[in-house]
Design a protein around this ligand. Structure first.
Ligand SMILES: Nc1ncnc2c1ncn2[C@@H]1O[C@H](COP(=O)(O)OP(=O)(O)OP(=O)(O)O)[C@@H](O)[C@H]1O
Ligand SMILES: O=P(O)(O)OC[C@H]1O[C@](O)(CO)[C@@H](O)[C@@H]1O
Ligand SMILES: [Mg+2]
Length: 360
Protein backbone atom coordinates (compact mmCIF):
# COMPACT_ATOMS: atom_id res chain seq x y z
CA UNK A 1 0.00 0.00 0.00
CA UNK A 2 1.53 3.32 -1.11
CA UNK A 3 1.62 6.08 1.49
CA UNK A 4 -1.12 8.60 0.77
CA UNK A 5 -0.30 12.26 0.41
CA UNK A 6 -2.36 15.36 -0.17
CA UNK A 7 -0.34 18.01 -1.95
CA UNK A 8 -1.10 21.56 -3.02
CA UNK A 9 -0.04 23.47 -6.13
CA UNK A 10 -0.25 27.20 -6.85
CA UNK A 11 0.94 29.61 -9.54
CA UNK A 12 2.25 33.04 -8.49
CA UNK A 13 3.70 36.18 -10.11
CA UNK A 14 3.02 37.34 -13.67
CA UNK A 15 1.34 34.59 -15.66
CA UNK A 16 3.09 33.07 -18.67
CA UNK A 17 2.61 30.32 -21.24
CA UNK A 18 3.30 26.83 -19.88
CA UNK A 19 1.79 27.09 -16.40
CA UNK A 20 -1.03 24.70 -17.26
CA UNK A 21 1.52 22.17 -18.50
CA UNK A 22 3.21 22.28 -15.08
CA UNK A 23 -0.16 21.76 -13.38
CA UNK A 24 -0.97 18.93 -15.80
CA UNK A 25 2.34 17.16 -15.16
CA UNK A 26 2.05 17.48 -11.38
CA UNK A 27 -1.52 16.21 -11.32
CA UNK A 28 -0.89 13.30 -13.68
CA UNK A 29 2.33 12.10 -12.05
CA UNK A 30 1.10 12.55 -8.48
CA UNK A 31 -2.20 10.84 -9.25
CA UNK A 32 -1.20 8.12 -11.70
CA UNK A 33 2.20 7.18 -10.28
CA UNK A 34 1.71 7.82 -6.57
CA UNK A 35 -2.07 7.81 -6.13
CA UNK A 36 -1.99 11.08 -4.18
CA UNK A 37 -4.61 13.78 -3.94
CA UNK A 38 -3.72 17.12 -5.58
CA UNK A 39 -5.47 20.37 -4.76
CA UNK A 40 -4.98 23.65 -6.57
CA UNK A 41 -4.80 26.86 -4.55
CA UNK A 42 -6.41 29.69 -6.52
CA UNK A 43 -4.72 33.06 -6.85
CA UNK A 44 -1.53 32.08 -5.06
CA UNK A 45 -1.05 33.71 -1.66
CA UNK A 46 -4.59 35.12 -1.81
CA UNK A 47 -5.97 31.56 -1.95
CA UNK A 48 -3.65 30.53 0.87
CA UNK A 49 -4.90 33.45 2.97
CA UNK A 50 -8.52 32.52 2.33
CA UNK A 51 -7.86 28.79 2.72
CA UNK A 52 -9.36 28.02 -0.69
CA UNK A 53 -8.66 24.88 -2.70
CA UNK A 54 -9.93 23.15 -5.82
CA UNK A 55 -9.54 19.41 -6.32
CA UNK A 56 -7.45 18.60 -9.40
CA UNK A 57 -8.04 15.21 -10.93
CA UNK A 58 -6.44 14.13 -14.20
CA UNK A 59 -9.58 12.22 -15.24
CA UNK A 60 -11.75 15.18 -14.32
CA UNK A 61 -9.56 17.37 -16.53
CA UNK A 62 -10.15 15.11 -19.54
CA UNK A 63 -12.78 16.01 -22.10
CA UNK A 64 -13.69 12.85 -24.05
CA UNK A 65 -10.06 11.79 -23.73
CA UNK A 66 -8.66 15.18 -24.80
CA UNK A 67 -6.92 17.05 -22.02
CA UNK A 68 -8.12 20.69 -22.15
CA UNK A 69 -4.92 21.80 -20.43
CA UNK A 70 -3.09 21.05 -23.68
CA UNK A 71 -4.76 24.03 -25.29
CA UNK A 72 -5.10 26.64 -22.56
CA UNK A 73 -2.77 29.59 -22.07
CA UNK A 74 -2.42 31.41 -18.73
CA UNK A 75 -3.10 29.41 -15.58
CA UNK A 76 -6.34 27.69 -14.61
CA UNK A 77 -5.45 28.46 -10.98
CA UNK A 78 -5.15 32.21 -11.46
CA UNK A 79 -2.18 34.21 -10.19
CA UNK A 80 -1.27 37.42 -8.38
CA UNK A 81 1.92 39.45 -8.23
CA UNK A 82 0.96 42.02 -5.62
CA UNK A 83 -0.11 42.26 -2.00
CA UNK A 84 1.25 42.77 1.47
CA UNK A 85 1.68 39.03 1.86
CA UNK A 86 4.35 38.91 4.56
CA UNK A 87 2.39 41.35 6.74
CA UNK A 88 -0.39 38.74 6.68
CA UNK A 89 1.96 35.85 7.37
CA UNK A 90 0.31 34.70 10.61
CA UNK A 91 -3.15 34.46 8.98
CA UNK A 92 -1.67 32.62 5.97
CA UNK A 93 0.20 30.19 8.21
CA UNK A 94 -2.98 29.47 10.19
CA UNK A 95 -4.99 28.90 6.97
CA UNK A 96 -2.28 26.65 5.60
CA UNK A 97 -2.42 24.44 8.69
CA UNK A 98 -6.14 23.91 8.15
CA UNK A 99 -5.59 22.75 4.57
CA UNK A 100 -3.84 19.63 5.88
CA UNK A 101 -1.28 19.52 3.07
CA UNK A 102 1.71 17.19 3.15
CA UNK A 103 3.60 19.45 0.73
CA UNK A 104 3.23 22.54 -1.44
CA UNK A 105 4.53 22.93 -4.99
CA UNK A 106 4.74 26.60 -6.01
CA UNK A 107 5.31 27.78 -9.57
CA UNK A 108 6.68 31.32 -9.53
CA UNK A 109 9.31 33.83 -10.49
CA UNK A 110 12.02 35.19 -8.20
CA UNK A 111 9.63 37.57 -6.39
CA UNK A 112 6.98 34.98 -5.63
CA UNK A 113 9.40 32.22 -4.71
CA UNK A 114 11.15 34.58 -2.29
CA UNK A 115 7.88 35.38 -0.50
CA UNK A 116 6.67 31.78 -0.46
CA UNK A 117 10.02 30.51 0.77
CA UNK A 118 9.85 32.97 3.64
CA UNK A 119 6.36 31.72 4.52
CA UNK A 120 7.52 28.11 4.17
CA UNK A 121 10.37 28.77 6.62
CA UNK A 122 8.06 30.41 9.16
CA UNK A 123 5.45 27.66 8.83
CA UNK A 124 7.84 24.74 8.45
CA UNK A 125 6.10 23.78 5.20
CA UNK A 126 7.33 21.00 2.93
CA UNK A 127 8.06 23.21 -0.06
CA UNK A 128 9.24 22.68 -3.64
CA UNK A 129 9.55 25.54 -6.16
CA UNK A 130 9.28 25.50 -9.96
CA UNK A 131 10.70 28.52 -11.86
CA UNK A 132 8.51 30.33 -14.36
CA UNK A 133 8.96 33.80 -15.80
CA UNK A 134 9.24 35.45 -19.18
CA UNK A 135 12.05 37.50 -17.58
CA UNK A 136 14.18 34.30 -17.27
CA UNK A 137 15.90 35.87 -14.27
CA UNK A 138 15.74 32.98 -11.80
CA UNK A 139 19.35 31.96 -11.08
CA UNK A 140 20.85 28.52 -11.73
CA UNK A 141 18.36 27.51 -14.40
CA UNK A 142 19.08 27.96 -18.09
CA UNK A 143 15.35 28.23 -18.79
CA UNK A 144 12.32 29.21 -16.76
CA UNK A 145 8.87 28.17 -17.98
CA UNK A 146 7.36 30.78 -20.32
CA UNK A 147 10.57 32.39 -21.52
CA UNK A 148 10.97 30.49 -24.78
CA UNK A 149 7.40 31.23 -25.84
CA UNK A 150 7.85 34.93 -25.05
CA UNK A 151 11.06 35.04 -27.12
CA UNK A 152 9.18 33.47 -30.03
CA UNK A 153 6.35 35.97 -29.64
CA UNK A 154 8.78 38.90 -29.82
CA UNK A 155 10.60 37.39 -32.80
CA UNK A 156 7.26 36.99 -34.56
CA UNK A 157 6.56 40.69 -33.94
CA UNK A 158 10.02 41.64 -35.25
CA UNK A 159 9.41 39.56 -38.39
CA UNK A 160 6.36 41.72 -39.06
CA UNK A 161 7.75 45.08 -37.99
CA UNK A 162 10.90 44.80 -40.07
CA UNK A 163 8.85 44.98 -43.30
CA UNK A 164 6.83 48.02 -42.39
CA UNK A 165 9.99 49.73 -41.07
CA UNK A 166 11.79 48.98 -44.33
CA UNK A 167 8.86 50.12 -46.47
CA UNK A 168 8.86 53.55 -44.83
CA UNK A 169 12.60 53.97 -44.11
CA UNK A 170 11.78 54.20 -40.42
CA UNK A 171 13.47 53.48 -37.16
CA UNK A 172 11.16 51.05 -35.39
CA UNK A 173 11.52 50.77 -31.63
CA UNK A 174 10.09 47.63 -30.06
CA UNK A 175 9.69 47.81 -26.29
CA UNK A 176 9.70 44.43 -24.57
CA UNK A 177 9.25 43.38 -20.95
CA UNK A 178 12.16 43.17 -18.54
CA UNK A 179 12.39 45.64 -15.67
CA UNK A 180 15.65 44.37 -14.22
CA UNK A 181 16.83 41.71 -16.66
CA UNK A 182 17.37 41.97 -20.41
CA UNK A 183 17.31 38.27 -21.33
CA UNK A 184 14.09 38.58 -23.33
CA UNK A 185 15.34 41.62 -25.26
CA UNK A 186 18.75 40.06 -25.92
CA UNK A 187 17.51 36.65 -27.07
CA UNK A 188 14.70 37.99 -29.23
CA UNK A 189 16.82 40.86 -30.56
CA UNK A 190 19.55 38.51 -31.78
CA UNK A 191 17.06 35.97 -33.13
CA UNK A 192 15.00 38.68 -34.86
CA UNK A 193 17.93 40.56 -36.41
CA UNK A 194 17.70 43.80 -34.40
CA UNK A 195 20.22 46.59 -35.09
CA UNK A 196 20.27 47.83 -31.47
CA UNK A 197 19.43 45.94 -28.29
CA UNK A 198 19.08 48.09 -25.18
CA UNK A 199 19.00 46.19 -21.87
CA UNK A 200 19.10 47.26 -18.19
CA UNK A 201 22.50 45.60 -17.62
CA UNK A 202 24.32 47.72 -20.24
CA UNK A 203 23.53 51.45 -20.07
CA UNK A 204 23.10 53.13 -23.45
CA UNK A 205 24.00 56.60 -24.64
CA UNK A 206 21.71 58.32 -27.09
CA UNK A 207 24.73 59.51 -29.04
CA UNK A 208 25.87 55.89 -29.34
CA UNK A 209 22.48 54.90 -30.76
CA UNK A 210 22.42 57.86 -33.18
CA UNK A 211 25.99 57.17 -34.32
CA UNK A 212 25.02 53.59 -35.02
CA UNK A 213 21.95 54.64 -37.01
CA UNK A 214 24.10 57.08 -39.00
CA UNK A 215 26.63 54.35 -39.75
CA UNK A 216 23.88 51.99 -40.90
CA UNK A 217 22.64 54.67 -43.31
CA UNK A 218 25.89 56.18 -44.50
CA UNK A 219 28.15 53.16 -44.63
CA UNK A 220 25.73 50.36 -45.45
CA UNK A 221 22.84 52.20 -47.06
CA UNK A 222 20.31 50.83 -44.56
CA UNK A 223 17.58 53.43 -44.32
CA UNK A 224 15.58 51.63 -41.65
CA UNK A 225 16.53 50.09 -38.32
CA UNK A 226 15.01 47.90 -35.63
CA UNK A 227 15.74 48.68 -31.97
CA UNK A 228 14.68 46.23 -29.25
CA UNK A 229 14.43 48.07 -25.94
CA UNK A 230 13.82 46.40 -22.56
CA UNK A 231 11.36 48.36 -20.43
CA UNK A 232 14.01 48.78 -17.70
CA UNK A 233 16.75 50.15 -20.00
CA UNK A 234 19.15 52.64 -18.41
CA UNK A 235 20.93 55.73 -19.67
CA UNK A 236 24.71 55.76 -19.13
CA UNK A 237 25.61 58.07 -16.25
CA UNK A 238 28.69 59.32 -18.05
CA UNK A 239 26.81 60.42 -21.15
CA UNK A 240 28.57 63.47 -22.57
CA UNK A 241 26.85 64.11 -25.88
CA UNK A 242 23.27 65.12 -26.40
CA UNK A 243 23.13 66.01 -22.70
CA UNK A 244 20.22 68.28 -23.33
CA UNK A 245 18.05 65.32 -24.31
CA UNK A 246 19.56 62.62 -22.17
CA UNK A 247 19.26 62.87 -18.40
CA UNK A 248 21.04 60.04 -16.58
CA UNK A 249 18.71 57.90 -14.46
CA UNK A 250 15.69 59.92 -15.49
CA UNK A 251 12.58 57.77 -15.28
CA UNK A 252 10.45 58.18 -18.39
CA UNK A 253 6.75 58.48 -17.75
CA UNK A 254 5.97 57.63 -21.37
CA UNK A 255 7.61 54.19 -21.38
CA UNK A 256 11.23 53.46 -22.22
CA UNK A 257 10.64 52.79 -25.91
CA UNK A 258 8.90 56.11 -26.52
CA UNK A 259 11.48 57.90 -24.37
CA UNK A 260 14.30 56.66 -26.59
CA UNK A 261 12.23 57.46 -29.69
CA UNK A 262 11.85 61.06 -28.49
CA UNK A 263 15.57 61.27 -27.75
CA UNK A 264 16.47 60.05 -31.25
CA UNK A 265 14.10 62.54 -32.85
CA UNK A 266 15.50 65.45 -30.84
CA UNK A 267 19.12 64.38 -31.13
CA UNK A 268 18.85 64.09 -34.93
CA UNK A 269 16.90 67.35 -35.30
CA UNK A 270 13.80 65.56 -36.49
CA UNK A 271 15.63 64.04 -39.46
CA UNK A 272 14.65 60.47 -38.67
CA UNK A 273 11.13 59.06 -38.74
CA UNK A 274 10.69 56.93 -35.62
CA UNK A 275 7.80 54.72 -34.48
CA UNK A 276 7.39 52.76 -31.24
CA UNK A 277 5.58 49.47 -30.65
CA UNK A 278 5.03 48.35 -27.05
CA UNK A 279 4.43 44.59 -27.06
CA UNK A 280 3.19 44.55 -23.46
CA UNK A 281 1.19 41.60 -22.18
CA UNK A 282 1.04 39.99 -25.62
CA UNK A 283 4.41 38.61 -24.49
CA UNK A 284 2.76 36.72 -21.64
CA UNK A 285 -0.15 35.39 -23.65
CA UNK A 286 -0.85 32.50 -25.97
CA UNK A 287 -0.09 28.80 -26.01
CA UNK A 288 3.35 27.57 -24.94
CA UNK A 289 6.06 26.57 -27.39
CA UNK A 290 7.14 22.93 -27.59
CA UNK A 291 10.22 23.76 -25.48
CA UNK A 292 8.11 25.34 -22.74
CA UNK A 293 5.77 22.34 -22.78
CA UNK A 294 8.71 19.97 -22.37
CA UNK A 295 10.30 22.08 -19.65
CA UNK A 296 7.04 22.49 -17.75
CA UNK A 297 6.35 18.76 -17.95
CA UNK A 298 9.87 17.75 -16.85
CA UNK A 299 9.84 20.28 -13.98
CA UNK A 300 6.41 19.10 -12.79
CA UNK A 301 7.47 15.47 -12.87
CA UNK A 302 10.67 16.02 -10.86
CA UNK A 303 8.92 18.34 -8.36
CA UNK A 304 6.50 15.48 -7.56
CA UNK A 305 9.43 13.07 -7.23
CA UNK A 306 11.07 15.49 -4.77
CA UNK A 307 7.90 15.34 -2.64
CA UNK A 308 7.89 11.53 -2.89
CA UNK A 309 11.51 11.47 -1.66
CA UNK A 310 10.69 14.12 0.95
CA UNK A 311 13.48 16.35 -0.35
CA UNK A 312 12.14 19.82 0.33
CA UNK A 313 13.33 23.45 0.26
CA UNK A 314 14.51 23.02 -3.30
CA UNK A 315 13.81 24.57 -6.70
CA UNK A 316 13.96 22.44 -9.81
CA UNK A 317 16.30 23.89 -12.44
CA UNK A 318 17.35 23.05 -16.00
CA UNK A 319 21.08 22.47 -16.31
CA UNK A 320 23.06 20.55 -18.94
CA UNK A 321 20.00 19.04 -20.55
CA UNK A 322 18.35 17.74 -17.41
CA UNK A 323 16.32 18.76 -14.39
CA UNK A 324 18.50 19.42 -11.34
CA UNK A 325 16.95 20.21 -7.93
CA UNK A 326 18.90 23.00 -6.19
CA UNK A 327 18.71 24.33 -2.62
CA UNK A 328 16.21 27.16 -2.63
CA UNK A 329 18.41 29.55 -0.59
CA UNK A 330 21.21 29.21 -3.12
CA UNK A 331 18.96 29.96 -6.09
CA UNK A 332 17.19 32.90 -4.44
CA UNK A 333 20.42 34.44 -3.16
CA UNK A 334 21.55 34.87 -6.78
CA UNK A 335 18.14 35.95 -8.16
CA UNK A 336 17.13 37.97 -10.05
CA UNK A 337 20.06 37.28 -12.31
CA UNK A 338 20.63 39.56 -15.28
CA UNK A 339 22.49 39.33 -18.57
CA UNK A 340 26.26 39.00 -18.24
CA UNK A 341 27.56 42.11 -20.07
CA UNK A 342 30.59 40.09 -21.16
CA UNK A 343 28.74 36.84 -21.78
CA UNK A 344 28.67 34.85 -25.00
CA UNK A 345 25.33 36.20 -26.21
CA UNK A 346 26.43 39.82 -25.80
CA UNK A 347 29.67 38.97 -27.60
CA UNK A 348 27.69 37.24 -30.35
CA UNK A 349 25.48 40.27 -30.87
CA UNK A 350 28.42 42.69 -30.86
CA UNK A 351 30.29 40.46 -33.32
CA UNK A 352 27.36 40.88 -35.70
CA UNK A 353 27.50 44.66 -35.44
CA UNK A 354 24.57 45.12 -33.07
CA UNK A 355 24.69 48.26 -30.87
CA UNK A 356 24.33 47.16 -27.26
CA UNK A 357 25.41 50.21 -25.32
CA UNK A 358 28.87 51.66 -25.36
CA UNK A 359 31.83 49.48 -24.54
CA UNK A 360 33.69 50.85 -21.52
N1 LIG B 1 1.92 35.91 -4.71
C1 LIG B 1 2.33 37.12 -4.36
N2 LIG B 1 1.76 37.74 -3.33
C2 LIG B 1 2.13 38.97 -2.99
N3 LIG B 1 3.08 39.65 -3.58
C3 LIG B 1 3.69 39.07 -4.61
C4 LIG B 1 3.36 37.78 -5.06
N4 LIG B 1 4.12 37.48 -6.12
C5 LIG B 1 4.91 38.54 -6.30
N5 LIG B 1 4.63 39.50 -5.41
C6 LIG B 1 5.21 40.81 -5.28
O1 LIG B 1 5.34 41.38 -6.53
C7 LIG B 1 6.70 41.78 -6.74
C8 LIG B 1 7.02 41.56 -8.15
O2 LIG B 1 7.03 40.20 -8.36
P1 LIG B 1 7.33 39.73 -9.79
O3 LIG B 1 6.37 40.38 -10.72
O4 LIG B 1 8.80 39.82 -10.05
O5 LIG B 1 6.84 38.22 -9.68
P2 LIG B 1 7.63 36.94 -9.98
O6 LIG B 1 7.10 35.88 -9.14
O7 LIG B 1 9.09 37.19 -9.90
O8 LIG B 1 7.19 36.59 -11.45
P3 LIG B 1 7.46 37.44 -12.77
O9 LIG B 1 8.68 38.25 -12.57
O10 LIG B 1 7.59 36.42 -13.81
O11 LIG B 1 6.23 38.26 -12.97
C9 LIG B 1 7.50 40.97 -5.79
O12 LIG B 1 8.68 41.58 -5.40
C10 LIG B 1 6.55 40.81 -4.66
O13 LIG B 1 6.64 41.90 -3.80
O1 LIG C 1 1.61 44.14 -15.51
P1 LIG C 1 1.97 43.18 -14.46
O2 LIG C 1 1.15 41.94 -14.50
O3 LIG C 1 1.95 43.79 -13.08
O4 LIG C 1 3.45 42.69 -14.68
C1 LIG C 1 4.39 43.30 -15.51
C2 LIG C 1 5.74 42.77 -15.23
O5 LIG C 1 5.77 41.37 -15.12
C3 LIG C 1 6.74 40.84 -15.96
O6 LIG C 1 6.14 40.56 -17.14
C4 LIG C 1 7.23 39.53 -15.60
O7 LIG C 1 6.14 38.62 -15.66
C5 LIG C 1 7.73 41.97 -16.13
O8 LIG C 1 8.65 41.82 -17.18
C6 LIG C 1 6.77 43.13 -16.26
O9 LIG C 1 7.34 44.36 -15.97
MG1 LIG D 1 10.28 38.40 -11.18
Amino acid sequence: MKPQKRIGILTSGGDCPGLNFVIRAVVRHATLTYDWEVVGIPYATQGLLEGKTMLLNCHGLDLHGIDPLLSLGGTILGSINKGDTLAQASQILASYEKLGLDALIAVGGDGSLMILHELALQGNWNFVGIPKTIDNDVAQTVWSVGFDTAVNTVVDALNRLIYTAASHDRVMIVEVMGRKAGHLALHSGIAGGADCIIIPEIPYSIQGICNHLAELRNRWGHRFAILVVAEGAKVATDTKDCENVCQPNQKPNCGMGQYIADQIIRCTNNQIDVRTSVLGHIQRGGLPSALDRLLATAFGKVAVDMVAQEKYNCIVTWQNGQVVPMPIEEVLRQSPTGVDPNGYLVQTARALGVYLGDTQ
